[in-house]
Write a protein that binds this ligand. Sequence first.
Ligand SMILES: Cc1cc2nc3c(=O)[nH]c(=O)nc-3n(C[C@H](O)[C@H](O)[C@H](O)COP(=O)(O)O)c2cc1C
Ligand code: SF4
Ligand code: SF4
Length: 264
Amino acid sequence: MKNLTVFYFSGTGNTRFIAEYLAQRLSAQFSAALFDICGMQNVAEKIAHADLILLAFPIYGSAPPIPMRDFVHKYGGLFSGKKFLIAETQYFYSGDGAASLGRTVTKYGGEIIGAEMFNMPNNLADCKMFPVKNGEEIAPILEKAKRRADKFAAQICRRGRAHKRGFSPLSHGVGYFTQRKFFRKGEKEKRRALKVDESRCVGCGLCAKNCPAENLLLQNKKVKPLGKCVLCYRCVNLCPRKAITLVGSAPPEKQYKGPNIENS
Ligand SMILES: Cc1cc2nc3c(=O)[nH]c(=O)nc-3n(C[C@H](O)[C@H](O)[C@H](O)COP(=O)(O)O)c2cc1C
Ligand code: SF4
Ligand code: SF4
């Protein structure tokens, strides 16, 4: 059996959900190993061992998240001759979200043999214009995403490759000119935009413990952001006091609890 190595980044669980589901749907032909790219060890070995690599990530402003971009640049030298799948999750649209990372992989000599984008629940909990849903409300979204994953996996099992969604010039225009150009320009400022409302914070440390970027320092029961935020929204959705705001202006009214409906 061939080896499928899944490298994923997931702020609030959507991408992990899709990565795990895809690995399971490919299990007739591939023995899968899944790795969260944050804090991972022995990466070169993991890449060498892979017959097929799946890169899975959420989209932020039609761009791949910083950790996934950094991962590709750091290990791109090992990509030559390797085959890749891309799975990108989004709330609504990203144009060429999957392709924007795919192009970098290709520059390093990797071959993209399939790419898919999955609409998933919103996690931007402090932006009033995007409603947050949980529990049974998100069941239809998850079912639709699973059906899309079924089709994608079936293509790979049947013909060894799948379609590459988001790779057309039209998708590129939509992704770049409606979002990525502006999002990437303001990305540095957004990384420093995280605010903790001290009147709400009780210093429990949950945010610091769970931040994948080690951006939150807990000192004397106070949280200090270090300017290394990767915009994943985990802490905004996790804080028991709803004390954290990032891109939006007011603390979230409702937090996203992730795709595990039983936990919602
Ligand atoms: C900073 C940020 C920017 C986002 N930008 C987009 C976007 O451009 N288009 C979109 O459809 N969804 C966007 N989303 C929604 C997420 O991509 C979506 O909820 C994703 O499935 C979250 O995956 P995760 O749970 O694995 O982190 C954004 C989310 C965040 C936190
Ligand atoms: S999770 Fe919330 S309450 Fe706990 S330390 Fe972080 S900001 Fe404060
Ligand atoms: S500070 Fe919050 S939003 Fe930023 S990377 Fe850490 S957990 Fe994610």
